[in-house]
Design a protein around this ligand. Structure first.
Ligand code: SAM
Ligand code: SF4
Length: 464
């Protein structure tokens, strides 16, 4: 009987990518992917340290896993439990101290050693921990992508961060900035083309700080990397995330103008609209810098859709500072955004500030900001009603969406789910599975019938 592995993932796309790679790695040593903890020989929890109560969530997950691990033991089998990701990196040995369910602790830069660590747990009956930072070695060892491959695939091209925003744990959990060489990334693109991937999503904590080398050992930035990937005729769409305003250089803005395959959508976190808050955050850019970048981008690519991250209630944020954030949002006009209440992360400079903002103030500001951002998102989506747009179809729409009372396409037909150039979810219906199969992994023109806050409904325009 092949062994089974179950992986639970928290957090960002980079964690999703890491989980897929851990799955590939364990598949390559004989573990089959399982959808449930029960009966699995190995369980990995890939954690995220960004959000509040990250470690509490981990320990409640571990509590839920315990009875299944005990049941396996009663049946004479062993369930190996591994904690991976940024909480593993930040908390280390403390996790063993708080939960004896855990056998392995492995960091985001050392998970390539998982098969070895599993071997040691089984042979030596000892707990294992590896929190080394060796990103180059990690990418060399990992097998080529298999997990989670569809029309669109992620490739991590850059890891870590040297920017040390005063609220953020990433520089501590993911280490210093590191970029992979272009050739290795292009090899990964070729492997994905063989699996019929059409869209490449380049990932990095600071992806636009990418500074790899090309085949001639010349320095190459993200614009150069995108240009190289765009040369593959099979690749039809390219995206990248997450960017920092400080690294939004002219070559990347020009790439948006010149490379048609580069999608007209950018996630460019600003965090706050007040210069004094930005300074206290150590963002090293002002609101004026942000306006300037957006102006250049819109000049280069007028239909650019914009997204951002916001933190409200950063220590010392006054009502006037918060008004500056609202003003920035109104001036820019975003397509979709993420917004969070500031949450102190142990070990980061702002966690110790004596100017913490009261919880109810944070909640009130978050509600005001989210209302404005939702209105902008609806306005952005509404603009596409009765328009025709190219959609890359990936899969059938999730069942809940199909049967939802909010879904204006109400039928038993097959519903297809895809993405617009502006990263909106697009749902259309077709008569049967045979027709549906013709659309997967392809770009088709869709006429948008109805815009919802987080999705668009349409009809295939050439089927009319
Ligand atoms: N590197 C990206 C950048 O510079 O914008 C962001 C990376 S971070 C993983 C993702 C988002 O989480 C941040 O943009 C920020 O809005 C949010 N975040 C990080 N630390 C936070 C904290 N302590 N409290 C609230 N939100 C936080
Ligand atoms: Fe965190 Fe700032 Fe680095 Fe982004 S740039 S990962 S927010 S420290």
């Amino acid at each position: 009987m092949p062994k089974k592995i179950y992986i639970k993932t928290y957090g960002c796309q980079m964690n999703v990518y890491d989980s897929d790679r851990m799955q590939d790695l364990m598949n390559s040593v004989g573990y089959e992917t399982s959808e449930e903890v029960e009966g699995s020989d190995m369980v990995i929890i890939n954690t995220c340290h960004i959000r509040e109560k990250a470690s509490e969530k981990l320990f409640s997950d571990l509590g839920r896993i315990r009875p299944f691990k005990e049941k396996m033991k009663e049946a004479g089998k062993q369930m190996i439990v591994a904690v991976a990701g940024c909480v593993a990196q930040a908390e280390g040995q403390e996790i063993f101290r708080r939960s004896n369910v855990v056998d392995i602790i492995v960091g985001p830069e050392s998970y390539q050693t998982l098969p070895d660590l599993v071997g040691k747990v089984l042979r030596e009956k000892t707990k294992q921990i590896n929190l080394d930072f060796v990103p180059d070695n990690k990418f060399d060892i990992l097998p080529s992508s298999n997990a989670g491959v569809g029309a669109s695939a992620f490739i991590t091209v850059q890891e870590g961060c040297d920017k040390f925003c005063t609220f953020c744990v990433v520089p501590y959990t993911r280490g210093a900035e590191y970029s992979r060489d272009i050739n290795k990334i292009l090899d990964e693109v070729k492997a994905l083309i063989d699996k019929d991937v059409k869209e490449i999503y380049l990932l990095g904590q600071n992806v636009n700080a990418y500074h790899g080398f090309d085949e001639n050992k010349n320095p190459a930035n993200l614009a150069k990397l995108i240009e190289k990937i765009a040369e593959f005729p099979q690749i039809q769409r390219i995206r990248y995330t997450t960017s920092h305003p400080r690294d939004m250089d002219d070559s990347l803005i020009e790439a948006h103008r010149d490379i048609e395959k580069l999608m007209p959508f950018l996630h460019l976190p600003v965090q706050a609209g007040s210069n004094s808050v930005l300074k206290a955050m150590n963002r090293k850019h002002t609101r004026q810098d942000y306006f300037k970048i957006i102006e250049k981008l819109r000049k280069a690519k007028p239909d650019m859709g914009l997204s951002s991250d916001f933190i409200v209630g950063f220590p010392g944020e006054s009502d006037a500072d918060f008004e500056d954030t609202l003003d920035l949002v109104k001036q820019i006009g975003f397509a979709q955004c993420y917004s969070f209440k500031y949450s102190p992360r142990q070990g980061t400079p702002s966690a110790d500030s004596i100017h913490q903002v009261a919880e109810e103030v944070k909640e009130r500001r978050l509600a005001v900001l989210q209302k404005l951002l939702t209105e902008q998102q609806i306005d952005f989506n509404k603009k596409f009603e009765n328009q025709i747009m190219p959609v890359l179809f990936e899969k059938e729409a999730p069942k809940s969406r199909k049967n939802s009372s909010k879904n204006p396409i109400d039928s038993d037909k097959i519903q297809l789910w895809g993405k617009s150039p502006w990263l909106q979810s697009v749902v259309v219906e077709v008569d049967n599975q045979e027709i549906a199969n013709n659309f997967f992994n392809k770009i088709s023109n869709v006429e948008v019938v109805k815009a919802r806050p987080s999705s668009l409904f349409g009809t295939i325009s050439n089927l009319k």
